[in-house]
Design a binder for this molecule. Structure first.
Ligand code: CU
Length: 432
């Protein structure tokens, strides 16, 4: 991990603190670590304070803190960042501490937290702590609860994390632009008693979307609904890391939706219950089993299941156009249309013109299409049996026997026991 220190010398940082922090008690700013990588970082085991089982942020990381006179102090820096959306595509986004989404903030029920927010964006911002119950003046709605944080300024938020649960943070200032640019992060407040709501693996990610024209790097910020990159933590398949799980672990997956539409998120091979929302924990008697949870806009859900079935299980949004990347939506339906004769004539004028889609679009998962620079295929990815034909909000839960407790490394593809894979029937065709 690269720290902010390597970029700023100590005296410059001290000057920033003295000049821009208005409240007297915040004389020295805590360090603001930054992250340049987009791979899942190992969970941050708490070095002090009450113990808890830390979460794993999919393709992300947790923000370290310092403790000072009984407060946990965090430092977020709102700034332009570069994010790899998937191998082969970079995006110019806005985020926090080097990445979009920003780092996950983890703390414990009852913790007093002080969060310094430094604005290095070209315009003003604020942070709203979505779902956290706090004093009105800390709620972060620019103009309503506080003045905006002007470019170059640092503000301090102070509150007690009264309730454990699943929350998120995002700007409440020029919201459409700042969220379309990727400004958001996860908040997890662990219960005081580490045995309460205990699980073995606890994953978190935000559901977000961008509209980036093929061949370009910066999102369109005025898009209302027609986004073309459907992301989990600003990543699309095949860039979303797998969720690696030990067989029989109790697994929790916490998700927050900051897109402008709902997402029915589906897990294969298991059924689960929703155990927590941004409003708090769901009582056992109010839970029911399901395999798809619809993620409302501006809401969080935590699902839990026992990973009792080894294998590579698909985990994805059930809107089929959300498991695709950009470019797919302007293509006319050509199924059943034989346009090869037309194509020959067009080929004389445009040698690179391709006929596609007359038997469906599966061939696009295999073909190497000529694409503009910095553009992902509409669907891609190779599995152990062939092309996966996916993009967008898709990854795999990899459940294996005999993993170590803290082992999250990709174990490769599942080796199916003999005789347990669907096979081709080689008999005679039935009489019609
Ligand atoms: Cu979706």
């Amino acid at each position: 991990m690269i720290t902010r220190r390597q970029f700023f010398n100590a005296s410059a940082a001290a000057m920033l603190g003295a000049a821009l922090v208005s409240k007297g008690q915040a004389a020295s700013l805590p360090e603001a670590p930054i992250q340049s990588k987009s791979v899942t970082q190992p969970p941050l085991v708490p070095p002090n304070g009450r113990p808890y089982q830390p979460v794993v942020t999919l393709n992300g990381w947790t923000l370290p803190w310092r403790t000072k006179n009984g407060w946990k102090e965090f430092h977020l820096i709102a700034e332009p960042v570069k994010r790899e959306i998937a191998p082969g595509m970079m995006a110019n986004l806005w985020g926090y501490n080097g990445q979009s989404p920003g780092p996950t903030i983890e703390c414990v029920e009852g913790d007093k937290v002080r969060i310094f927010v430094t604005n290095k964006l070209p315009e003003h911002t604020t942070i709203h702590w979505h779902g956290v119950l706090l004093p009105n003046g800390m709620d972060g709605v620019g103009g309503l609860n506080q003045p905006h944080i002007a470019a170059g300024k640092t503000y301090v938020y102070e509150f007690v994390m009264k309730n454990s649960g699943t929350f998120m943070y995002h700007p409440h200032a020029d919201e459409m632009v700042q969220m379309a640019m990727g400004m958001m992060g996860f908040i997890v407040v662990h219960p005081k008693n580490p045995n309460q709501y205990q699980v073995d693996r606890d994953f978190v990610f935000l559901i977000n979307a961008f509209d980036i024209d093929p061949g370009s790097y910066t999102p369109r910020v005025n898009t209302m609904l027609d986004f073309n990159l459907w992301c989990w933590n600003s990543r699309v398949f095949p860039g979303i890391d797998p969720l690696v799980v030990r067989k029989d672990d109790r697994v929790r997956i916490r998700m927050g939706n900051l897109t402008m539409t709902n997402h029915p998120i589906h897990v294969h091979g298991h059924n689960f219950s929703v155990t927590c929302t941004d409003g708090g924990w769901v009582q056992k008697s109010a839970q029911w089993p399901e395999t798809t949870v619809d993620m409302p806009i501006g809401a969080l859900r935590a699902i839990e299941f026992v990973a009792d079935a080894p294998g590579d299980w698909a985990f994805h949004c059930h809107k089929s156009h959300h498991v695709m990347n950009a470019m797919g939506h302007g293509v006319p339906t050509m199924i059943g249309v034989d346009h090869r004769g037309v194509a020959e004539k067009i080929n004389k004028l445009l040698p690179e013109y391709m006929v596609m889609g007359e038997r469906g679009m599966a061939e696009m998962g295999e073909m190497e299409m000529p694409l503009p620079d910095n553009t992902l295929p509409m669907m891609s990815g190779q599995g152990p049996f062939g092309p996966l034909e996916m993009g967008g909000m898709f990854t795999v839960v990899k459940i294996r026997e005999g993993l170590a407790r803290d082992d999250y490394a990709d174990p490769g593809w599942y080796k199916h026991p003999k005789g347990s894979v669907a096979y081709e029937w080689k008999g005679d065709l039935p009489a019609s």
